[in-house]
Design a protein around this ligand. Sequence first.
Ligand SMILES: N[C@@H](CCC(=O)N[C@@H](CS)C(=O)NCC(=O)O)C(=O)O
Length: 206
Amino acid sequence: MKLYYCKTTNPRKVCALAKYLELDVEYEFVDLFSQAQHQPEFLSVNPNRKVPVLFDGEKRIFESTAIMAHMAIVADSGLWPSEAQAQVNALQWLTWDIAHLSRHASTLYFEQIIKAKAGIGSPNPEAIEEAVNFFRQFAKVLDDQLDGQEHVLDAGLSIVDFGLACVMTVAREEGLEALPIQEFANISQWLERMDEIPAWRAPWPS
Ligand SMILES: N[C@@H](CCC(=O)N[C@@H](CS)C(=O)NCC(=O)O)C(=O)O
């Protein structure tokens, strides 16, 4: 397998999973801050001009969620459920995350961290206020789901945890205080549990 990545949020969950599953992966760093994703040679890698991208034999997979599902399946790990209705449930949380929770958390991350790192202007206060309000709304849903259970799916650790914890973990690591994670006790404890997984704490290839 060959994985194109950068040290940013979406590649992080995929790199962590590859490490956790001890997959044999060749890593290719793509320097997004130098606009490598917009170079003509990258278009044949991923016409979306984004990372992560995984090549496994003839197969190319983009979208971090799909890459995680592929990795979990080929490793026969059980981190992607095998039963059809359990898969529907996992898909529900993963799509909900992309559409709602991590979407708004990512807006905050972009406004407060990426803009400064990339030198592309100052944070937009209105975008931040809107994202914080939406984040609170959706974080409550996750916090309730985690009430009395250790992982998002009651069956145990899955790629759903790797997906949903990603932006919040990066935000904590980088001191993104605008993200009000501390208001949600079950989420905070779940993030602590994720941090106990060595591959989650240190996801990047050496
Ligand atoms: N929905 C995609 C999002 C991928 C994505 O936005 N990747 C970012 C890095 S975290 C990227 O490559 N950005 C480059 C750009 O937009 O120019 C996924 O889950 O893989």
